[in-house]
Design a protein. Structure first.
Lengths: 224, 597, 94
């Protein structure tokens, strides 16, 4: 074990985990591990999606009317922001694959920035809901006859977008850590699994929003 | 590359591998001061908890936690059975009784049964059985143990601070709106423990997929691995639903959200759908690992390959998949639509088939085999018989018509205790005894082992068989008082419970005793096939002295001639003993024992 | 397994498609198509999600096992929704 040179230890730092036989096995295991984790996340959000399907089937009109209270411009803008952030994320991954530290760090930084933009817009939307008294709670107000089902709609709205926002915050934190590591040159074309799997996580959070957008914002637009 | 059959003195003290293999040229980080090259207790305690990553040690940490929760859950069972000895509710109030059965259920299900075999035996042996050095993500493994104990602490806080009285099923509106107990803390505890379960499952899936030794193809894996793989699939796919559902209950309780509240247009049955979507597959999380243990025990103690290996492996995965399609059978009388009930009832009959396939294959393995009735095998026999009864009574309750009458009675309680206790716990104990020599390097005293196994079997049947009758006669579950005519059966049940308790305490004593005073076990005391027996007892840090290469099938003895030679030696000694016995009888002029005695 | 490096140009094309689809789904939602509104919205959402999953998440270039894992996750969510809805949709039946 002491035969390897210092140079070896740096370039072969890929096989750093002792339980793996080689770098390829480690990469396979880590990638597959992230995909299995994403499956658990599908099911985690899935409980809320299932509740949404049930209640929308029970109260279609109320959901449509309540959905019109959301700001479609901000929602669409947020969707575009996230899609672009997914693009900057794959640019970062591309940078890690080709050894371009500039592209890697730049891409990650842009992704985090766009994530923060998303969160700012989201919280502004929440504030709007607070002002309009659409937050489920003692001060909830909605015109009859849709008051109770609309409260259900907004409960699901806050639960689903809130859980999504929590995942975004975690994602931004994760990518920030990666920016620091990338800046210090820890990633090479041979070893960049953390960037790839963080990218997978980010894209997954984007896909959740791709579904949340039509389900929450676009239900009742044709009735306006 | 050579196999492991030649020339190693496996019972001498482990030495680091010589630098001959290719592995020497791969980079390993130089050993940090915290790494321990020895197996046993020279690691300072702080290193145990903070830096420990070795899967074997994490398995042992889990053994301690699991045992503590088992006895806590058992304590609540004791109080239940004490109360139920007399018809009126005279020992504890009805509110307290509600808390007893709720906490018994929560602790036994979420903090004992679901983790037990995967985290203790699985953590210890999955890497060894596939020929790896550790699980895929050792630090995640340690996190899993931390999460389990964090959840456990939250649960203890809930227990000490007044308990929970909603039943382990947490049905709203009672749990969300009306209960005055620590529901939010309890669901938080389960939420956290759920993530522990998910992480363990994820680790096993990746380990089994990506880290098998050269030559270890899927169909050479031991059936214990197949079972744990299927279990991990369920853990990964189902537990997140439980997490989000309990989070919604907590939200409803703390923030008055109203997702399941009819007053706000919510539907309590939606909770039941979401809850049982996880909790039915959860019962397969509890039983599949035990079935895997039984496959190992039957193979070893019949000295045969498991009959129909591929069918048993496929049945494990089939149970995991089909188990997700049947949850509505817990909701037949809830207000669910009859047509959905019909679909779920039909699917519930289908899910019984793979389980039956396994029982038939174990039985076929026993046919014309050389059965050795040692303690683990006693547990395996107990499992096969009791699981069959539990499974068959499951078919009773899966039938819509019968379930109308027996739902929420003691019939259902007896059904699931036959599977969970007669099945899963016996599988767990059998596995602990089977692998004890490998884990500790010592043998437990066989007489006491057999005695405890028989005590458990007798105590269990005396406890739970009367409950089938009670349920059929109409005694409802979760009641602390009952009509006088049910008393005799209840007293029998409580008496059985005390015997069962003794049966559980005995192993605690003699297993602990054996760690110091037990006979030293070699690498392969039974003997058994399987990679874990090809390494010293207890195993070295990296599991194997040399990386294994597998060229034999899972239970194939013909590939291990020294095993066959050992078994032949044993047979010859046994026959010689029989001849000595016969000669002695001639001398003493005693009648030979009757044929078949 | 050699790693497949997707050119940036492909990523940009996919992004353009995603933005076009977003605009489409937004616009179409204002047209009254009755029950088809929900269907069209879901179809477009699945199309967008597929683009992200296949190209951005490299599923198209991954081994079959990865694709099976991803599909299994979706399928299991489908089981939950389908069988739960089988209760709600048949409650009114005689």
């Amino acid at each position: 074990m002491a035969e390897t040179s210092v140079a070896d230890r740096h370039t072969h730092s890929a096989a750093r985990a002792h339980q793996f036989d080689d770098a390829g096995q480690q990469r396979d295991a880590v990638t597959m591990g992230m995909w299995v984790f994403l499956v658990t996340e599908i099911m985690f959000f899935g409980g809320l999606f299932a509740s949404y399907v049930v209640y929308r089937a029970l109260y279609p009109m109320a959901f449509a009317v309540a959905s019109q209270e959301l700001d479609i411009k901000l929602g669409t803008l947020n969707t575009a922001v996230l899609l672009v952030s997914s693009f900057t994320m794959v640019v970062a991954v591309f940078g890690s694959q080709t050894g371009s530290r500039r592209m890697l760090v730049g891409g990650l930084a842009m992704t985090v920035a766009l994530g923060v933009v998303f969160l700012v817009i989201k919280f502004f939307e929440y504030y709007q809901k607070y002002v309009e008294r659409h937050i489920p709670g003692p001060s909830f107000a909605f015109p009859e006859p849709y008051t109770q089902p609309a409260k259900m709609y907004f409960t699901l709205y806050f639960a689903m977008t809130g859980l999504h926002a929590a995942h975004m915050i975690v994602g931004c934190g994760l990518l920030t850590v990666l920016i620091v590591m990338a800046w210090r040159g820890r990633f090479t074309p041979e070893y960049h699994s953390p960037v790839e799997v963080s990218g997978l996580y980010w894209h997954f959070v984007d896909i959740i929003w791709i579904f949340l957008y039509p389900l929450l914002y676009l239900i009742g637009r044709h009735l306006e | 590359m050579r196999t492991l059959s030649g020339g190693w003195d496996l019972d001498s003290h482990w030495k680091p591998p010589a630098n001959r293999s290719r592995r020497a040229t791969r980079t390993h980080a130089p050993p940090r001061k915290r790494d321990c090259q020895r197996t046993c207790a020279v690691t300072p305690p702080k290193d145990w908890l903070l830096w420990i990553r070795n899967h074997k040690r994490i398995g042992l940490l889990y053994l301690v936690s699991i045992t503590l929760f088992f006895f806590l859950g058992g304590f609540f069972a004791l109080l239940i059975r004490l109360e139920l000895m007399t018809p009126p509710g005279d020992l504890i109030s009805s509110q307290t009784y509600n808390k007893m059965f709720s906490m018994h259920g929560i602790i036994m299900v979420f903090f004992f049964l679901i983790p037990s075999i995967p985290t203790v035996l699985g953590n210890f042996f999955v890497p060894m059985m596939v020929g790896a050095r550790d699980v895929a993500f050792p630090r995640l493994n340690l996190l899993s143990w931390y999460l389990f104990n964090l959840g456990g602490l939250c649960m203890l806080y809930a227990v000490v601070n007044g308990g929970v009285d909603t039943g382990w099923t947490f049905y709203p509106p009672y749990s969300a709106n009306f209960s005055n107990t620590n529901v939010a803390m309890a669901v938080t505890a389960i939420f956290i423990a759920g993530f522990s379960s998910i992480v363990t499952g994820l680790n096993f899936i990746i380990t089994i997929h990506a880290m098998r030794a050269p030559g270890m193809t899927w169909f050479r894996l031991p059936l214990f691995i197949w079972s744990l793989y299927a279990t991990s699939l369920i853990q990964v796919l189902g537990t997140p639903i439980l997490a989000i559902t309990l989070a919604l209950v907590a939200g409803e309780r703390l923030l008055h959200l109203g997702v399941f509240d009819p007053a706000y247009g919510g539907d309590p049955i939606l909770f039941q759908h979401l809850f049982w979507f996880y909790s039915h597959p959860a019962v397969y999380i509890m039983i599949l690992p035990a079935m895997g243990v039984v496959s190992e025990l039957v193979a070893t103690f019949t000295r045969k390959e498991i009959y129909g290996y591929k069918f048993v492996a496929a049945a494990s995965v089939a149970i995991a998949v089909f188990g997700f399609l049947v949850w509505g059978h817990h909701m037949f009388v809830s207000g669910q639509s009859i047509f959905a009930g019909l679909i779920f009832s039909l699917l519930s009959y289908a899910v019984a088939i793979p389980s039956a396939v396994k029982v038939f294959n174990w039985t076929a393995t026993l046919y014309k085999s050389s059965v050795s009735l040692q303690t683990p095998m006693l547990y395996a026999f107990g499992f096969i018989g009791l699981f069959t009864i539990g499974g068959l009574t499951g078919l009773f309750v899966a039938a819509l018509g019968i379930d109308i009458h027996v739902t929420d009675t003691y019939f259902v309680i007896a059904h699931f205790h036959y599977i969970m206790v007669g099945g899963a716990v016996m599988g767990y104990l059998g596995g602990i005894h089977y692998w004890w020599p490998k884990i500790s390097g010592r043998m437990y005293p066989e007489i006491w082992g057999k005695l405890a196994a028989l005590t458990v079997f007798v105590g269990f049947n005396l406890t739970f068989f009367p409950q089938f009758v009670l349920g059929y006669l109409g005694m409802p579950r979760r009641y602390h008082a009952y009509p006088d005519e049910f008393q005799v059966l209840n007293v029998m049940s409580s008496a059985g419970a005390s015997i069962l308790g003794v049966g559980y305490i005995l192993p605690m004593i003699y297993l602990a005793w054996s760690m110091r005073y037990g006979e030293k076990a070699g690498a392969n005391p039974w003997p058994a096939t399987g990679l874990e027996w090809h390494t010293p007892s207890p195993p070295p840090k990296e599991n194997f002295l040399e990386p294994p290469v597998v060229t034999w099938g899972a239970y194939d003895m013909s590939a291990q001639p020294e095993l066959v030679a050992r078994l032949n030696d044993e047979d010859r000694m046994y026959e010689a003993a029989l001849r000595v016995g016969a000669r002695k009888r001639e001398e003493l002029d005693v009648e030979p024992p009757a044929a078949g005695a | 397994m050699p790693e497949h490096i997707v050119p940036i140009k492909t990523y940009a094309e996919v992004l353009a498609a995603l933005l076009v689809l977003t605009a489409t789904t937004c616009g179409v939602s204002f047209i009254d198509m009755g029950k088809m509104n929900a269907v069209v919205a879901m179809v477009i959402a699945f199309a967008k999600a597929s683009l992200v999953a296949l190209i951005f998440m490299h599923l198209r270039y991954s081994r079959r096992l990865t694709r099976v894992v991803a599909a299994a996750g979706l399928f299991w969510l489908g089981i939950l929704i389908a069988l739960t809805m089988s209760d709600y949709l048949t409650r009114g039946w005689q």
